[in-house]
Design a protein around this ligand. Sequence first.
Ligand code: C5P
Length: 246
Amino acid sequence: MSSQPVRSEDARAEHALPLKVAVILVAAGIGVRLDAGIPKAFAPLCGESLLTHALRGVFGCAEVEHVVVVAPVSHVGQCWAAADVLGEHSRVDVVAGGADRSASVEVGLGALRPGDGIILVHDVARCLAPSDLFARVIGAVRAGHSAVVPGLPVTDTVKVVDAQGRVLGTADRESLRAIQTPQGFLREVLEQAHAGAASATDDAGLVERIGGHVHVVDGDHRAMKITTPADLAVATALLQDGPYAG
Ligand code: C5P
């Protein structure tokens, strides 16, 4: 682990703004809990794969210039096909993923192009994240935050419990946020975080571990994570029901 805390001002000072924006779209998960019989990225949602929905949301943000799709090893060609259907071959690279999410992000980091300066990491499982959420995260990075996550207020009461089921404490709900993707970073900060820390369930967690500051912006209910068949039903309703879709 690095002993040097992240200096976002140093990282920014090395670049003249505006920095180019790239998205690492991690899509290499099997999706065991969804149990679709194919990798989750290719599960159908209202007639299109989660990957196609996710790519449309990403490219709906005009600032995105490059997308690295981190694919299941068995589905690299199908990821290229999804990009081609959207007419996005030149702005896409496809690489085969790693053993866990963090390893897949690291593979994606290796496929960035030289000019990529602001990096958003996004889960294909949050395939309905709207384009304006990408723009909000990018805007916060451009405004000076070197690590940015979208978050929503928590409606459940959250308790810490031990392995025996004993409650150890109750979190103050007012200070809790449910964190989503896309998460945005200055490239140097994300690279330093992945070089210096072990695996984590999100990239901002790695930045926290090396002493970096993480800023929260408003999340969006459409950026829900599709994990189970019930989540897929909710996502279908989000796409089909006017009041929630917009
Ligand atoms: O497993 P989990 O649902 O937390 O995965 C979150 C995201 O990470 C998904 O978009 C999944 O495709 C991706 N992932 C990956 N490579 C892995 C495991 C998960 O790209 N080995």
